[in-house]
Design a binder for this molecule. Structure first.
Ligand code: FES
Ligand SMILES: [Fe+2]
Length: 327
């Protein structure tokens, strides 16, 4: 049987549509400029002096300099390092220092960016349409009750679907993480995919820790986990494709505190380290595996078919009426 493009188990070409974390807020100071490469394209990210993040295509429409290398923030605009043309956060050329008129066609592609929850998110849609959903607020993440993000990033060689399939994969908990899921269920609603998971972890030092977590994907790449174990935490597990087959993984933890937790204590460091180690156990598998279009499954496996059908939506072109609504 030949595989049609609508086969839910077939490969996922290109990059999915959605919001992607491209930076934690504390990685981009006012006036800072950074080159970025995501989705097989080059961008420049900058924060205006008044504090707004903006992301533009990297290359100047004049003679093609990369704004991310040597570009300078001037007020709310970025100045090209080559001939000092200026662009605002929407990509419009606002000034050419040695010309009397700004060429009307002088502009750069600008992208939807949003900053909230201590993160900067970029909307990606290969068809060029705007967001059809918003990044939800994380009301729990207020620094009176939660520690600021402890975040890390690694680059790995894998396809994003490998990471996302973890959401339904019940069979890997014991072999990979040494945890036993006693209650496990998934739910898929529109662009949201959820895992409810309660069970027991067997830490290296011995004993048993009971945990309950809700892991929620908002779109194809941004997952928020609310975890109750020995401590309560929010965990971010987010990936952003760099090229086909290579991506950035971001992992962040914020611990709930009662106002007098010692954030520099050994215990806090170890707790976060344990969570990160659990996550790196998955990474070791992802980096080296192949993707089975048609895996042989058994009755104890999670619903990989449902996950793949849900995930496919982010690769499908939107219906025309949805496109208009997004413009
Ligand atoms: S290349 Fe950017 S101003 Fe000339
Ligand atoms: Fe896992």
């Amino acid at each position: 049987m030949s595989e049609s493009t609508h086969d839910p188990l077939a490969s996922f070409p290109g990059f999915p549509r959605g919001w992607f974390v491209i930076q934690f807020s504390d990685e981009l100071a006012p006036g800072e400029v950074k080159p970025l490469r995501y989705f097989g394209k080059d961008f420049v990210l900058f924060r205006t002096e008044s504090g707004e993040p903006a992301i533009l295509d990297a290359f100047c429409p004049h003679l093609g300099a990369h704004l991310g290398y040597g570009g300078k923030v001037k007020g709310d605009e970025i100045e090209c390092p080559f001939h000092a043309w200026r662009f605002d956060g929407r990509g419009k050329c606002t000034a050419v220092p040695y010309a009397t008129k700004v060429p009307p066609k002088a502009k750069i592609g600008a992208h939807h960016v949003v900053e909230k929850n201590g993160m900067i998110y970029l909307w990606h849609d290969r068809d060029g349409y705007g967001p059809d959903w918003e990044v939800p607020d994380l009301p729990e993440y207020d620094l009176a009750h939660y520690l600021e993000w402890n975040h890390s990033i690694i680059e790995i060689a894998t396809h994003p679907r490998e990471i996302v399939e973890n959401l339904v994969d019940t069979g890997h908990f014991m072999p990979v993480h040494g945890t036993r899921a006693e209650k496990f269920r998934n739910e898929f609603r529109g662009h949201v995919g959820v895992q409810y998971n309660e069970g027991v972890a067997y830490p290296l030092g011995g004993g048993e820790d009971h945990y309950a977590l809700t892991a929620t994907y908002y779109g194809p790449a941004y997952m928020v986990v609310h975890m109750k174990g020995v401590l309560e935490s929010i965990i971010i597990n987010s990936h952003t494709p760099i090229e086909e087959g290579r991506l950035h993984l971001r992992f962040a933890v914020s611990l709930k505190h009662d106002g007098n937790i010692d954030r520099t204590s050994q215990f806090v460091a170890q707790y976060i380290d344990n969570l990160r180690r659990g996550y790196l156990q998955d990474v070791a598998i992802w980096e080296n595996k192949v993707f089975r279009e048609r895996p042989i499954l058994c009755d104890g496996d999670g619903d990989i078919g449902a996950l793949r059908r849900w995930y496919r939506q982010f690769y499908e072109p939107r219906e025309p009426f949805e496109r208009q609504a997004a413009e």
